[in-house]
Each structure stands twice: as structure tokens, then as C-alpha cells.
Write a protein that binds this ligand. Structure first.
Ligand code: HEM
Length: 231
């Protein structure tokens, strides 16, 4: 079976000088929160990290407070639940991998913190995967509880299509929530989660190149001057 070609999605952050689109990242977070977080953890992220995609301090506090976090033990040695704070990590949907498998037909929904780094094709792959569900080709019988996906290695995936209907959710910013739009936006959000430093890293690269160009020019001028009298 040959390599599957992943169509590039044309993200704002692809290419050497690309940057994130804050509105897209915020829509992507909304999708993660309303859809993906039912099964997938993002244990490396804290609610306060959402400041980086443009949420205000009050918005971050409200997002955090909307979930119940396990804490403890208290003075009596008991565990308890309390509303989340900005400093908490994203709440995980399941207590442990065994519980996650039990709820998903034996399959483990991977943590999505660095998924764009962990899969060939990165955000382009996630986007392709989310829009890649199709009828299985004639003659292929799917295993129990599996779904056919053009872009998943092996083509049989335990995840049912999570974004299957236009208008499945209503974006806060009024953007039309087509399946392709939602798939793009959540893939962009996952890319930001894995690479929040992308923009500063690229800006630094540009500054380094400018510095080297100036230094190179100076070095050349000095060399010409120093050697000017040597015949
Ligand atoms: C696997 C993304 C929603 C259950 C995956 C993978 C990604 C992903 C990137 C890994 C695919 C790979 O290994 O290459 C998402 C996104 C979601 C979402 C972006 C929201 C839009 C859900 C929901 C459920 C779920 C709601 C549960 C009802 C699973 C399971 C797997 C999986 C069980 C493992 C599949 C397998 O290995 O066969 N998902 N997911 N996902 N997801 Fe999701």
C-alpha cells in the first residue's frame, strides 16, 4: 500500500514567515472545548496559556471556572473538586488511560498537546484526517466499531468523525462553521498548542539574518580597506 498524499491546507502559519491568525486560534479552541475535549486531553496546556491567543484575563478566568478540577488532599485527607483557575492545566476527560480506553471501545484517544509534532504532516495531516472520512472501498470490511478514513495510516480509525455537519457549532465570532472551516481552525489551534513560540522564533530568525547581512557588509568593507595598499 503506497504513501497517501496529504493535501496542504494553506495555513496562515505555513511557510518560512507565516504567523498565526488569532481569530482562527480562538475558534479552534472553541472547537476543542466543545467537541474534542470530551475524549482528548491536552495535559501540557494551562488555561492561562490562552492569553497568548488573545483571550482577556477575565475570559481565561471564566473558561477555567467552567470546569471542575480534582484537588486535595485537604486537611482531612480528602480529595475534592473545585472550579478551575487560570494556573490549572487543562482538565483531562478521563482519570487514566484504562478509563479512556473503556469509554472508547478499547482505543486510546491520544493527548493532543503536541499531536502536530507527533504525526507526519502536522496540522495539514490533522485537517486532512478530520475531513478524510469516506465510505470504505468495495470489498473492504471494516472491523467492529471502526471508521474508514482516507488519511489515517491503515485507513481504519476508532474515532467516529468528530466534525461531521456544517453548523455543528456556532462560532462566537459569527464565522460560518462548515466542516472544512472547523477542521482547519482546530488544526491551527493544535499547531499553536505544540508550537506557541513559532512567531517569536521566526522573528528572531529574520533579525539574525539582518544582523549577519550588516556584519558581512562591514567585514567586507574593512577587508577592502585593510588590504587596499597591498599590490
Ligand atoms: C484519535 C483529533 C474528537 C476519540 C485522534 C487523533 C487525532 C484526533 C489527531 C490521532 C490520529 C492518529 O493517530 O494519527 C481529534 C480532534 C477532535 C477529536 C481534533 C475534535 C474535533 C474526538 C472525540 C472522540 C475521539 C469527540 C470520542 C468520542 C478518538 C479515539 C482515537 C482518536 C478513540 C484513537 C483512534 C485510533 O487509534 O484508531 N483524534 N479528535 N476524538 N480520537 Fe479524536
Amino acid at each position: 500500500e503506497g504513501e497517501v498524499h496529504i493535501p496542504p491546507a494553506g495555513f496562515s502559519f505555513s511557510g518560512a514567515l507565516g504567523t498565526y491568525d488569532r481569530a482562527e486560534l480562538q475558534r479552534g479552541f472553541q472547537i476543542y472545548k466543545e467537541v474534542c475535549s470530551a475524549c482528548h486531553s491536552m495535559h501540557l496546556l494551562s488555561y492561562r496559556n490562552l492569553r497568548d491567543i488573545g483571550l482577556s484575563e477575565a475570559e481565561v478566568a471564566a473558561v477555567a471556572a467552567s470546569v471542575q478540577i480534582q484537588d486535595g488532599p485537604n486537611d482531612n485527607g480528602e480529595m475534592f473538586e473545585r472550579p478551575g483557575r487560570a494556573s490549572d492545566r487543562f482538565r483531562s476527560p478521563f482519570a487514566n488511560p484504562a478509563a479512556a480506553r473503556a469509554a472508547n471501545n478499547g482505543a486510546l484517544p491520544p493527548d493532543l498537546s503536541v499531536i502536530t509534532k507527533a504525526r507526519n504532516g502536522g496540522a495539514d495531516y490533522i485537517h486532512a484526517l478530520l475531513i478524510g472520512y469516506a465510505e470504505p472501498p468495495a470489498g473492504l470490511t471494516l472491523a467492529e466499531g471502526m471508521h474508514y478514513n482516507q488519511y489515517f495510516p491503515g485507513h481504519q480509525i476508532a474515532m467516529a468523525p468528530p466534525l461531521s455537519q456544517d453548523g455543528q457549532l456556532t462560532f462566537g465570532d459569527g464565522t460560518n462553521a462548515t466542516v472544512d472551516r472547523m477542521s482547519r481552525d482546530v488544526s491551527a489551534f493544535l499547531n499553536w498548542a505544540a508550537e506557541p513560540e513559532l512567531e517569536t522564533r521566526r522573528a528572531m530568525g529574520v533579525r539574525v539574518l539582518i544582523f549577519l547581512a550588516i556584519l558581512g557588509g562591514l567585514t567586507y568593507a574593512v577587508k577592502r580597506k585593510v588590504w587596499a595598499d597591498v599590490h
